[in-house]
Ligand binder design. Sequence first.
Ligand SMILES: [Mg+2]
Ligand SMILES: [Zn+2]
Length: 191
Amino acid sequence: MTRSAVFLDRDGTIIEERGYLDRLDMLTLFPWTADALRLLKRAGFATVVVTNQSAIGRGLIDEAFLETVHSAINRRLEPAHAAVDRFYYCPHFVDSKVERYRQACRCRKPAPGLIEQACQDMDLDPARSVMVGDRWLDVACARAAGTGAVLVRSGHGAHEADAPPAGAQADAILDNLMEAAGWILRRATRV
Ligand SMILES: [Mg+2]
Ligand SMILES: [Zn+2]
């Protein structure tokens, strides 16, 4: 495993937190997202979204709609020469009416399954990578996967940041993804 990555939570980290996003007009990138992703990409990091999407298992959206949302994100990033390289998502919900979604899986954050799958598929080194998210479950996922962990104060981070669960510790707590990108780039030049 050779390449470094920045793993990104989606809702509250790269786009506005909107609960279950089930209409394309609810999709809003944060104003700093494109610039932050361009900087990371230019520095050679793979950019990989890892997102819990139990809305699929709950029957609120289907996988085709989720793909539409993810294509729309990249279309909006393109003018800024930024991109998410790949999107990994957990569609599962333990009480789903649909059998293939009904499972206590290894991929729902805070479990590390999505990051592990991405590392395998894309030849990424978790030890040289960082996960950025707005919730402590993202930090727990990072720890389980062996990546660095940055909590941002956007989205749920606005209230979660000041209330860490017992024993939880992020490598940094920063205002948003742009600050996280700066932190990651400074850290990368030290190693
Ligand atoms: Mg989030
Ligand atoms: Zn899952």
